[in-house]
Design a protein around this ligand. Structure first.
Ligand code: GLC
Length: 438
């Protein structure tokens, strides 16, 4: 069995390596996550059930998901006065992200773009009075970042959601057509919500046909949800999703089509901002996740959630900046490294460059050298072996400071003497570049 030949746009997507996910909508003003409405409704539902003495369903009935007037009125305070598309794009760029996937419309049904009359629940009809997606794509193009559009397929606003599924699909297709035709070339679509009605006939062919007609090279991604990560589904799908979890290697042998992989991840515990969510991942954890995605050839899509009027809070901005600093030293390995069939014990692994001239050795939990008793953390450094390294290397050096590393190579074993960090530095993951002998 063979591996299917990949379409160029899918290979291009894989090489982007790292993207920034942005969840922003009316819910951001509340600061309790993007599912805040659902949870409020759930509390009401549980109360009702208790009153009536009935056992509640695990998920609340569809009819109870409909937006309340109180929720809808969040549009009246949405000014977007702190939304600076260019700043957002530069945050991504300085982090080393090559693309941004922005929620053009989340489950609440509010559109950041001009729905051109489909309904009035959009940014131009809010006090913001702007098409925020227009600002977003313009800023992306200015700074060479590829815009991707997240679009919810599970929608709590549109009346048809609750009584006429075909009418809802029609609304969805028309919305996507607007996004395909009004904003120039985009990187792709990221759909989210088919998991809400797994047995419904989503007529995905019709939706994807709209995209292929106007944006033939757009990536089509449809979130399979937490439970079915890595599931492929419709043949038009170009990448699988690994939502908030470890990506697994894709075995493409015998597949009808070559597809990419992408793992989206929260920076703390919520996608939309949680004002009281302090469970931020550490820079080390985020860097490790980025590396582990690349280990299996998947992209890492790291999420931030701006505040109500569009400002990225200082803590999230700073975390992204730190990752950006790491990327300035090691980004080459993230963009250019492809999975390599070597093995090792522990977390360390090797990638090989697209041009076949280098190997990138990713080293985890490295200690600081000569630090006596004044530092804590990893203590490990010294010689370390990789198996099944079929390329002969001529030199190896740390990417962050160019220090040459001693190594020996025999048969298919490569043994490297990894020096520890110099005092004053600890990068989370350290990368060494090996030159392959011609
Ligand atoms: C989920 C959630 C959603 C979030 C998405 C990102 O499916 O419904 O809120 O946008 O995952 O992966």
């Amino acid at each position: 069995m063979s591996i299917p030949v990949a379409k160029q746009y899918i290979l291009d997507f894989e090489q982007l390596g790292f993207g920034m996910f942005v969840h922003w909508g009316l819910y951001s003003q509340v600061g309790k996550g993007e599912w805040h409405h659902y949870h409020k409704q759930r509390d009401k539902y549980l109360e009702e059930c208790a009153k009536k003495g009935i056992v509640p369903e695990e998920k609340i009935p569809f009819k109870d998901r409909q937006l309340t007037d109180e929720y809808k009125s969040l549009i009246n305070t949405f000014t977007a006065e702190d939304f600076d598309a260019e700043k957002l794009v530069l945050t991504a760029k300085n982090t080393g992200c090559k693309y941004i996937t922005l929620t053009t419309r989340h489950h609440e049904g509010f559109s950041l773009f001009d729905t051109c009359g489909l309904n009035d629940f959009d940014a131009p009809h809010s006090p913001a009075k702007r098409d925020l997606i227009r600002e977003f794509v313009d800023a992306c193009r200015k700074h060479d970042i590829i815009p991707f559009f997240y679009m919810a397929t599970h929608d709590w606003y549109h009346p048809a959601t609750f009584n006429d599924f075909d009418a809802f699909l029609d609304y969805l297709n028309k919305s996507v057509e607007i996004l395909c035709t009004n904003y120039g070339k985009i990187g792709g679509f990221w759909f989210d919500g088919n998991w809400s009605q797994p047995d419904a006939d989503w007529k995905e062919d019709e939706l994807y046909k709209v995209i292929r007609k106007h944006q033939p090279e757009a990536m089509i991604i449809n979130n399979t949800g937490m439970a079915a990560r890595g599931y492929i589904g419709n043949p038009e799908i170009d990448s699988v999703t690994f939502e908030n979890g470890r990506p697994t290697p894709l075995n493409r042998e015998g597949m009808p089509k070559y597809i990419a992989g992408e793992m989206c991840h929260t920076i703390n515990d919520h996608w939309g901002i949680g004002e009281f969510d302090y469970n931020y991942k550490s820079p080390k954890e985020l860097i490790e996740n980025l590396c582990n995605c690349r280990k299996v050839g998947a992209n890492y899509l790291l999420n931030i959630g701006p505040e109500g009027q569009g400002k990225v809070n200082d803590y999230q901005a700073r975390l992204m900046e730190l990752i950006g600093n790491w990327m300035k030293l090691n980004g080459e390995a993230i963009y250019n490294g492809r999975p390599y069939a070597s093995y090792s014990v522990g977390k360390n692994f090797i990638l090989k460059s697209y041009d076949g001239k280098s190997l990138y050795l990713f080293v985890f939990d490295l200690g600081i050298e000569g630090s006596a008793n004044v530092t804590v953390g990893g203590k490990y450094f010294g010689s370390y072996s990789f198996g099944n390294v079929t390329d002969k290397v001529s030199s190896i050096e740390w990417m962050d400071n160019g220090e040459a590393l001693k190594f020996i190579q025999g048969e298919d074993m490569l043994c490297v003497n990894f020096t520890g960090y110099p005092y004053g530095k600890s990068l989370g993951v350290r990368v060494a570049k090996a030159v392959i002998e011609k």
